[in-house]
Design a binder for this molecule. Structure first.
Ligand SMILES: NC(=O)c1ccc[n+]([C@@H]2O[C@H](COP(=O)([O-])OP(=O)(O)OC[C@H]3O[C@@H](n4cnc5c(N)ncnc54)[C@H](OP(=O)(O)O)[C@@H]3O)[C@@H](O)[C@H]2O)c1
Length: 246
């Protein structure tokens, strides 16, 4: 039977590429998008490639939208195999320039959204044979990476974004612990520094390469890890992937 995957924020960027790769691997993909028009355009583009893709209206910063999306998916399918919490926003700014409002906005989408979406879809994930949850994090959330001056990302100083992704790591660990006696695996993905709208297309690697970590964690075998932080830690275009320090 075809597996069913929901990818949040997948109307463009790494999320769209994640959807494309999971669909190419044979899954039915549900493209979460806060703008139904953008979501439908992305799903239509994947369908034109012969892939099984459907757009789902899903604003991860809005609980009513999350509840409605979970109900829509639950009416159509009796389970969900894969949830990729990919939707995310960025704000530049060092510690001294960071306001309460910036923190609030970033955490609403990047952190509270991940917890709310995961909890809304957990009943369907529990009904899957081997549910997989992937939370898209970043190497700039790693205390080990950022405090090591030899890493290519150690100079980054964007407090709200980095702290929000650090919190995503906490969310990952806590869900992995709670679900440890279930078949569900929960891991944090590191796409690498990817050229997308999020960074004004300044990244070094393509969205297709950036999606690889999410796809690998979404398709882990039964003996794969849970509660890990894994992906691209180098700036090269053919990235080797590795476990990152928290
Ligand atoms: N690019 C990188 O170098 C990099 C590195 C590490 C981690 N990441 C992470 O990778 C993920 C994808 O980012 P990207 O680089 O592909 O950026 P992107 O091209 O800007 O895509 C972000 C996606 O998230 C969606 N989104 C934002 N807020 C949302 C909300 N409230 N509800 C639903 N969807 C929402 C956007 O929708 P709209 O089109 O409606 O805005 C878009 O589809 C993010 O979590 C990001 O933090 C990126």
């Amino acid at each position: 039977m075809k597996k069913i995957a929901l990818i949040t924020g997948s109307n463009k960027g790494i999320g769209l590429e994640t959807a494309r790769q999971l669909a190419t691997a044979g899954m039915t993909v549900l493209l979460g998008s806060r703008d139904p028009g953008r979501g439908e355009a992305a799903a239509a583009a994947l369908r034109a490639e012969g892939l099984d893709a459907t757009a789902i209206a899903l604003d991860v910063a809005d609980d009513a939208s999350i509840t409605a999306a979970a109900a829509t998916v639950g009416e159509k399918f009796d389970h969900l195999d894969v949830l990729v919490n990919n939707a995310g926003i960025y704000a530049a700014g060092p510690a001294s320039g960071t306001t309460r409002e910036t923190l609030r906005v970033l955490f609403e989408t990047n952190v509270f959204g991940v917890v709310s979406v995961t909890n809304a879809f957990l009943p369907l994930l529990r009904k899957a044979e081997a549910g997989r949850i992937v939370n898209v994090s970043s190497e700039v959330a790693s205390l080990g990476v950022v405090t090591d001056p030899t890493t290519y990302m150690s100079g980054m100083q964007d407090l709200a974004y980095q702290a929000s992704k650090g919190a995503v790591n906490w969310v990952t660990i806590m869900f992995a612990k709670e679900l440890t006696d279930t078949p569900i695996k929960v891991n944090a993905a590191i796409p690498g520094y990817v050229s997308t709208d999020l960074n004004g297309n300044a990244g070094y690697i393509t969205a297709a390469h950036g999606a690889e970590a999410s796809v690998a964690l979404a398709t882990l075998p039964a003996d794969g890890p849970t509660g890990t932080f894994w992906g691209t830690l180098t700036s090269t275009d053919t990235p080797e992937k590795a476990v990152a320090p928290w």
